[in-house]
Design a protein around this ligand. Structure first.
Ligand code: ADP
Length: 629
């Protein structure tokens, strides 16, 4: 006797379903592409596992997908004789949203349907696309090799819950029965279904079959129906480029990636010689939501002599190119290759090096295009992961550096559009450093007092505000012979030579006396007090002492839970500022200390530092203000 159990979907599934049904309504035929793609994956997996355990084929020699429909029952059915699922796998794969990236995706939704519909394109939907056209979905599956009585039937209306029942299923694999919604009759049509299959799934490497009228020798209907293959079933990447249209490339990409956008670049190469392989690589338009999710597996699909070996073969590309999707089909790897073997394999190393070269070449081509829109969009999506490459891929460091784009004081916008080469072109005649500032946000970088002198002198400064930037500049210390220099640690004495030369000895002495005096009152909080070369408007700023880590780096290490030895900053004073001028005349030591602390604390705040005791700062500021009123 079989028992029916009712389970609730994870709440996220409900939310996702609603959104997706709405967003994809105008593109509803893609449900078939998604289900065929899953079926094809299941066949790939079976074929791979059967290499080491031929019992799994259960005596069926042909692996295929069947699509059928029933006008009376108003159902469309997709069947595969692939790997199938156990009951537990059904619960894990179909009832839950397993990866944390999906949660992040859902958290980022605004509730504004128009905006959210756009977002759904960044998320691969897969099986749930069934609910765009169906209001009741049955999935009947049995894992290859399991007893026929161990099948599982899953039914759901896509509204909060699903039922599970143990059933007998004679054949391995999965059958999906879609009970169509009222207005979906268009799919109860032979030529409509065929058309969708040949449009989106022509190059799935397994046959997709539909029932056709059998004809007799004279071409007349015999009244009998037989299964006939609808798609070409040639692995697309094995065809010569000249035989593949852009549309076919794009459709194959969408089947492969579950992406709803077309890719921005397609790289198809057949390599012959000492090493033989084919690579078909795609650069997506949008970054997936889980691009920074450490648990997420990335990589290409690996085939050996057309036999699918694994998904997400991460060793075929370096981590910083994990957004690239595609297929590698090698003739030189063994069929029983494992992830462990891939980690240190000469063939893999060569394929990877060549693929990286092609991908970086394609990105560089995009960067050189007259119209920068596509490249700016690409950088907005993938600029930060590309920066990881400077650290990860020493061999290609120069090439990658050329591809990076930054915001700067000259570009005047938060969008990263400035190449290091652009910066060098604009450098002043006697300038030999590429100046930058790092901060927590673009606004903090662009508003930093450290920029004052650079603005006055018209020197461009790169404004770096991504988390990765601090690491980037630690590894990218120079570019085309110019040193990358932080304006918060740079020695800028030279900037002031002109002004300094006008100072009388008396002035110099006064300034020295002032810094000594201030330093004495707050000596436990600063490593030094100096006259600044950086400020024109603000009274004070803090900089890192020579040899110390930059303040931004120290903050990041602390956020990561690293205990940091306390680094005392250098306080720099602007002698031309009214507040600083006034300091010189204060005789009372307690009062001087209050003012000195006030200047130090406001400089730290401007830097994005957390004050140890913000309440005390406010109190101090208020009492100093009160004295003035
Ligand atoms: P994705 O395919 O992106 O992983 P889906 O929601 O389409 O997401 O499917 C979730 C999982 O369910 C798949 O990864 C696979 O493990 C399983 N699955 C879906 N369809 C089938 C099928 N026809 N045969 C076997 N397993 C399947």
């Amino acid at each position: 006797m079989s028992k029916t159990e009712t389970h609730a979907f994870q709440t996220e599934v409900n939310q996702l379903l609603k959104l997706m049904i709405h967003a994809l309504y105008s593109n509803k035929e893609i449900f078939l592409r998604e289900l065929v793609s899953n079926a094809s994956d299941a066949l790939d997996k079976l074929r791979f596992e059967a290499v080491s355990n031929d019992k799994l084929t259960e005596g069926e020699s042909e692996l295929a997908i069947t699509v059928g429909f029933d006008k009376e029952a108003r159902t469309v059915t997709i069947t595969d004789n692939g790997i199938g699922m156990t009951r537990d796998e059904v619960i894990a794969n179909i009832g839950t949203i397993a990866n944390s990236g999906t949660k992040k995706f859902l958290d980022s939704l605004s509730g504004d349907q128009a905006k959210d519909s756009n977002l759904i394109g960044q998320f691969g939907v897969g099986f749930y696309a069934s609910f765009i056209v169906a209001d009741n979905v049955e999935l009947i599956t049995r894992k290859a090799g399991d007893n026929v009585s161990e099948g599982t039937k899953w039914i759901s209306q896509g509204e909060g819950e699903f039922t599970l029942e143990t059933v007998t299923k004679a054949t391995k694999g999965t059958e999906i029965i879609l009970h169509l919604k009222e207005d979906m009759d268009e799919f109860l049509n032979d030529s409509r279904l065929k058309n969708i299959i040949t449009t989106y799934s022509d190059h799935i490497s397994f046959p997709i079959k539909m029932l056709e009228e059998q004809k007799d020798e004279e071409g007349k209907d015999t009244g009998k129906k037989v299964l006939e293959q609808v798609n070409k079933a040639t692995a697309l990447w094995r065809l010569p480029k000249s035989e593949i249209s852009e549309e076919e490339y794009n459709n194959f990409y969408q089947t492969l990636s579950h992406d709803f956008d077309a890719p921005v670049a397609t790289l198809h190469n057949k390599v012959e010689g000492s090493l033989e392989y084919t690579s078909l690589l795609y650069l997506p338009k949008k970054a997936p939501f889980d691009l920074y999710d450490r648990e997420r597996r990335y990589g290409l699909k690996l085939y050996v002599k057309r036999v699918f070996i694994m998904d997400d073969a991460e060793n075929l590309l370096p981590t910083y190119l994990r957004f690239v999707r595609g297929v590698i089909d090698s003739d030189d790897l063994p069929l029983n290759v494992s992830r462990e073997i891939l980690q240190s394999n000469r063939v893999v190393d060569k394929i990877r090096a060549a693929s990286v070269k092609r991908i970086l070449g394609a990105i560089a081509k995009m960067a050189k295009a007259e119209d920068k829109t596509a490249y700016n969009e690409f950088i907005a999506q993938f600029g930060s992961v590309l920066k990881e490459g400077v650290v990860e891929d020493m061999a290609n460091k120069d090439k990658i550096s050329q591809l990076l784009r930054f915001a700067s004081t000259t570009s005047g916008s938060a969008e990263p559009t400035v190449a290091l080469a652009d910066y060098i072109d604009r450098m002043q005649a006697d300038q030999d450093a590429i100046y930058y500032i790092t901060a927590d946000s673009y606004a903090a970088a662009a508003g930093s007092p450290h920029l004052e002198m650079f603005r006055k002198k018209g020197i461009e400064v790169l404004l770096l505000s991504e988390k990765i930037d601090e690491w980037l500049v630690n590894h990218l210390t120079d570019f085309e012979g110019k040193t990358l220099t932080s304006i918060t640690t740079a020695d800028l004495k030279a900037f002031d030579d002109e002004a300094d030369s006008k100072l009388t000895d008396e002035d110099k002495k006064d300034r020295e006396a002032l810094t000594e005096k201030v330093k004495a009152t707050i000596s436990e909080l600063v490593s030094d007090v100096q006259i600044t070369h950086r400020l024109t408007e603000s009274p004070a700023c803090v900089v890192s002492a020579e040899g110390d880590m930059s303040a931004q780096m120290a903050r990041m290490m602390e956020q990561m839970g690293q205990a940091m030895p306390k680094q005392l900053p250098v306080l720099e004073l602007n002698p031309d500022h009214a507040l600083v001028k006034q300091l010189a005349s204060i005789k009372d030591e307690a009062e001087l200390k209050e003012w000195s602390l006030f200047l130090l604390e406001q400089a730290q705040l401007a830097e994005g530092d957390q004050l140890d005791n913000p309440a005390e700062f406010i109190k101090r500021m208020n009492s100093l203000l009160a004295e003035k009123v």
